[in-house]
Design a protein around this ligand. Sequence first.
Ligand code: ZN
Length: 380
Amino acid sequence: MDRRSFTLGLAAGLASPLTGLAQTAPGYRGPNVILVRFGGGVRRAETIDEAATWAPYLRHTLAPRGTFIPDLRIDKLEGVNTSHAEGTLNLLTGRYLAYRDASALLSDRLEPTEPTLFEYLRRAFDIPSHEVLLINGEDRPQEEFFTFGAGDHFGIDYRSEMLSLHRFKLYRTRMQLAEGRLTDEARLALEEEQTRLLTIDPRGATPDPSPQVEAFWARWRKGFGDDGLRNPRGDRLLTELATRAMTELKPRFMMVNYQDPDYVHWGNPSHYTRAIAVIDEGLQRLVSLADADPFYRDNTIFVITPDCGRDANPLAEVPFQHHFNSRSAHEVWAMIFGPGIARGVIDRPVDQSAIAPTIAAAMGFAATRAEGDVIEGAFL
Ligand SMILES: [Zn+2]
């Protein structure tokens, strides 16, 4: 540690209003990690098949840059559902079934019951919340629950911050109401919108975002306005949020939850393949930014992996569902590249629960409650 980083670390420690534990945690010196959920469920056939891929940048440019795991598997345990929230929490906790149903009124609402990578990281190191980020899709408020877990583990003090359009709308309605200059009618409409947003995600307003994230939204609002018509939508929105966050907030750990291939549930296969191509373009922007920016260059590890696979039943009316426990819904893959990561293909099956402990090892902490093992051969 040089004198400057020592002094900075000391200043950060003195300024920290957190608990004794956080004050004694050391500053973080390891690599940045960007975890990309190639999500909404994708099959190997359309992503990592060399000839058939709809993600050529992923397959032909990124896979050779590090450790390529073509046979990552979701274990066939009793009760395991191959779906989005479940797969994402498998990635974040390194366990299966480490969640409980939190839907009192709303469906499809899972909250982790075991520590997530966000919590392990922020307990091990003194990292402010705005440097540990979760980038979420617009219409998945259920994933707002992943920033910290329920139960008696680390919890809210060690949460990540969340960037999503839902969070922006909470910010915008709050600001608009505070700014006044409203007709009675407009105020009423805004109050109704705010109530609706808070009902979708009751945890969304607690605790308040950090000043850094508030400033992020202020800049976003200045650029894209209040009408919601100018910002990109769908997974392109996630890329926009993620690249701005990389530039403005400099996260040490960031997860990007892409999701749009899942629109194939509605029956149109071209929505699925086009969405894969959009994520591929997003990856190109994220990796190009990291390669060009001195904060990220040679100091950033990317981990790219799906939440779950999809069915491969040619006889089904829509042959791309993922709720029938079929083999290909359990078949996913992973790519890891960056400083300290080996180059090569791991030609044996690796379990999905290995992702979290491997990220933990790369960052210098242990995911002690994970069931999986660090991927052998992934590190130089
Ligand atoms: Zn789905």
